[in-house]
Design a protein around this ligand. Structure first.
Ligand code: KG4
Ligand code: ZN
Length: 347
């Protein structure tokens, strides 16, 4: 089945063509980072308008790169949530209109299911069942996954998501936008143990996370270590980045270890923007390797938002016979464990 995937939930326009026989055929991505940089965060209305500007030229581009004519498409998958309402509406409107015009099925995909399944696009995909750590700008969740749509929430952040904590801490340190990856790059040049950051909620049982305290800890460190300027010296900033990143990574590693033990699973999948973090990947592989657990993740460009993961997830659901009515579906808040399993839909 040849499926077009459309991602417009936040500040990236992503389109992809996925074939259930041949795998990923083509994908294209446009990031609005420059547009939002001067505001230090995503401005929803600007995001929607920019998706409108980019989506049609990008549709033509991805079809051309795939060597595919619109009439050859057999299904459309678009991100239906969670995300920004206006931004979701753009992908939903184009997907639904195309489906209507071509008389092919259309499916609204859960953005986090897209992330969760992104490692399936790699040469060596993980096999079910597994524990998934979803770490993005909006979510930090540990999920037990027994099949597509079979998700049981094991734990989640009670306040900031891991990516959000990276972004907010980067803002406190006056780093360039978008802060998360910039902070991560600076952390590699800092001293990990100069400041002893806490590992929040690791000293009690359970699989929930809390990251907002690390931000406060950083704010206090800045206050204590600043010189004549409003910010500490360059080396101190690098050391704060390193200490902060290590605290987030260690906390995630401790909870992942606990989760795979509790679920008695031998596979861990990490997905979402923060799964691009090389320190996290490394420390997880070392710690979970000792438990006999293998760690899987997507290539860098498919950790953050993209159309390929939506095309893949949508294709699996379309193949199982699921589809949306020809109404634009946009659900800004949508719990992952409300999704239906493929098996149930098929009977
Ligand atoms: O999955 P994603 O692209 O968008 C959401 O669905 O939220 O994730 C974006 C998040 C941002 O918070 C960004 O700072 C974070 O992922 N991120 C990183 C890295 N690359 C992206 N955080 C830490 N280290 C990175 N290398
Ligand atoms: Zn995302």
């Amino acid at each position: 089945m040849l499926v077009l995937g459309i991602e417009t939930s936040c500040d990236e326009t992503g389109l992809a063509v996925y074939d259930s026989e041949r795998g990923l055929v083509a994908h294209t991505l446009y990031s609005q980072v420059k547009l939002h940089a001067e505001y230090g965060g995503v401005v929803p209305e600007l995001a929607s308008r920019d998706h409108v500007r980019k989506i049609l030229p990008m549709l033509n581009k991805v079809l051309e790169e795939a060597g595919v004519n619109k009439s050859q498409l057999e299904g459309i998958a678009y991100t239906a949530g969670p995300g920004l309402m206006g931004a979701l509406m753009v992908g939903g409107a184009m997907g639904t209109a195309l489906g209507f015009a071509l008389d092919i099925p259309v499916i609204g995909v859960h953005h986090m299911e897209g992330h969760l399944l992104a490692p399936m696009l790699e040469d060596k995909p993980p096999a079910f069942p597994f524990v998934a750590l979803l770490v993005s700008g909006g979510h930090t969740q540990l999920v037990s996954v027994t099949g597509i749509g079979e998700y049981e929430l094991l734990g989640e952040s009670v306040d900031d998501a891991a990516g959000e904590a990276f972004d907010k801490t980067a803002k406190l340190l006056d780093l360039d936008y978008p802060g998360g990856p910039v902070l991560a790059a600076m952390a590699d040049r800092g001293q990990i143990d100069r400041f002893s950051f806490p590992r929040p909620m690791t000293d009690r049982p359970g699989l929930d996370f809390s990251f907002s305290g690390l931000k406060t800890f950083t704010r206090n460190l800045i206050e204590k270590n600043r010189g004549d300027d409003v910010l500490p010296d360059d080396q101190t900033i690098l050391d704060i980045c390193a200490g902060f990143q290590e605290a987030v990574v260690d906390t995630l590693v401790i909870k992942c270890t606990r989760a795979v033990r509790q679920a008695k699973m031998k596979t861990l999948v990490i997905a979402g923007g923060v799964s691009a973090n090389t320190r996290l990947r490394h420390k997880l592989e070392v710690a979970l390797g000792k438990e006999g657990v293998e760690v899987f993740y997507a290539r860098h460009e498919f950790c953050t938002d993209n159309g390929a993961m939506i095309a893949y997830a949508g294709c699996q659901r379309l193949l199982a016979g699921q589809k949306n009515p020809l109404l634009i579906s946009a659900t800004p808040r949508w719990p992952l464990d409300q999704l239906t399993s493929l098996v149930q839909e098929n009977v």
